[in-house]
Design a binder for this molecule. Structure first.
Ligand SMILES: Cc1cc2nc3c(=O)[nH]c(=O)nc-3n(C[C@H](O)[C@H](O)[C@H](O)COP(=O)(O)OP(=O)(O)OC[C@H]3O[C@@H](n4cnc5c(N)ncnc54)[C@H](O)[C@@H]3O)c2cc1C
Length: 228
């Protein structure tokens, strides 16, 4: 596992201004903010802070909490009101040493629990379910043992191949984009400048992180065609 040493807050909030159905991720100095749009004036606020700062925020009464969050978004969403509970958890990435044991398999975040920055944890979960269910179905159709060790090992090997590179890349991106020291800030400035100026680089990054990239790497399950 990898402890990013930060605490993440997830809280549903209503806001005065519409979000125009745009999800944001905003790497500030000392904080990371994300906004996951729900209905027009309702979003999930995701805020990452050092644990002691998060504790202070959690202790604020509602009105102060709401003002503090609106200020962090620099007033872009107008006034904000809490519409759900303030839920926090330690930001830890997990990549299980083994995905399988006798008659046992890990799927979802229990196998690969990623930093949410590249937004693929759920997709990996679906991929694991797809791989494992194919093995189980094939065994059931053949009247064989659905938990035979070689079947579980095939699932583990295929799921590792599909998830390990993006897990490591996500960890590197998260580390770079949450490091406030000058060298890290310079490197990310360079990466952002290069990707906004060089069209093919921007396209390569977008493809790697989008549905197209996932499909190319076989990461969108064929059992769930609606997601293609
Ligand atoms: C802010 C944020 C944004 C994200 N954005 C994206 C995204 O855009 N795209 C994407 O693909 N992924 C995204 N993810 C990742 C995605 O949410 C997770 O990968 C996914 O929810 C994992 O599903 P899961 O079923 O494995 O685990 P969970 O969703 O964590 O479900 C586990 C369940 O088990 C319950 N549980 C735990 N212990 C016990 C117990 N002992 N007994 C009974 N029940 C128990 C828990 O309460 C929970 O309901 C995001 C995650 C976060 C935090």
């Amino acid at each position: 596992s990898h402890d990013f040493g930060k605490t993440m807050l997830v809280c549903r909030m209503q806001h005065e201004q519409p979000h125009h159905h745009t999800a944001w991720e905003w790497f500030g100095i000392g904080q990371t903010l994300a906004l996951l749009p729900l209905s027009e004036h309702l979003s999930s606020v995701v805020l990452t802070l050092p644990p002691h700062e998060m504790q202070a925020l959690l202790e604020l009464p509602d009105a102060d909490f709401e003002r503090d969050i609106a200020r962090r978004y620099q007033g872009r969403l107008g006034e904000m009101k809490r519409a759900g509970s303030r839920h926090t958890y330690p930001l830890i990435g997990v990549y299980a040493q083994r995905f399988v044991a006798p008659r046992f398999a890990l799927i979802g975040d229990a196998a690969v629990g990623m930093h949410p920055v590249t937004a693929h944890g759920f997709n990996f979960g679906l991929h694991g379910v797809d791989l494992l269910s194919r093995e189980i179905l094939a065994a059931a159709r053949a009247g064989a043992d659905i938990a035979a060790p070689e079947r579980l090992q095939r699932y583990e090997a295929a799921h590792r191949r599909a998830t390990r590179p993006l897990y490591l890349a996500t960890q590197a991106i998260a580390t770079l984009y949450t490091d406030d020291r000058t060298p890290a800030r310079l490197v990310r400035r360079l990466v952002l400048d290069a990707s906004s100026r060089i069209g093919p680089l921007r396209l390569a990054i977008a493809t790697a992180l989008s549905e197209d990239g996932l499909s190319l790497r076989g990461l969108l399950p064929s059992a769930l065609p609606g997601l293609r």
